[in-house]
Write a protein that binds this ligand. Sequence first.
Ligand code: AMP
Length: 190
Amino acid sequence: MVNIVIFGKPGAGKGTQAEFLKSKYNLIHISTGDLFRHHIINKTPLGLKVNSILENGDLVPDKLTIEILENEVKKNKKANGFIFDGFPRTINQAKKLDDFLKSLAMQISFTIALEAEDEILLNRLLKRGETSGRSDDINKEKILNRFKEYNDKTLPLKEFYSKQNKFFSINGVGGIKVISERLISIIENS
Ligand code: AMP
């Protein structure tokens, strides 16, 4: 079983690469952002609660996020492995994920960060916003807030996973295929 965490600031290409890894290694792809957006579109109680949080580019409270993630893993207990996209985003989430996986006799195999400069990401997101329908992609202030949330709360995870010898990072700039190759090389040679 292989369980991979994909990190990266908004616009780094996590979703695209997670979909590639999902089909290559037959994994279940869990994107907490997609799950929240699904609730928002369907106007569920959770969706109504988190709508403005996503719109502003803030992080959803850990308790709600961990709950939604755990439910999704439990639904797929027979999976070959998981690709976690956009989760964990805080140290607390990472600790809870370790404990939760341990309770299922599972563990994280690798965490891989897709690195790119803010200016490149900002341009990618503004472009994506023209077609994605995501309100958090069209406003520069909100995008910059998402970068800040990443720097403040998610970056410390580098150290957290480095201490477990599970942290890798790759250059997230280039063609989609080239970046996929960089990911494969880590997964198959580590
Ligand atoms: P994403 O699609 O991964 O860019 O996530 C979109 C938004 O969903 C984020 O800006 C947060 O508001 C929320 N979100 C997704 N994953 C998490 C998480 N692990 N912790 C807190 N908030 C999250």
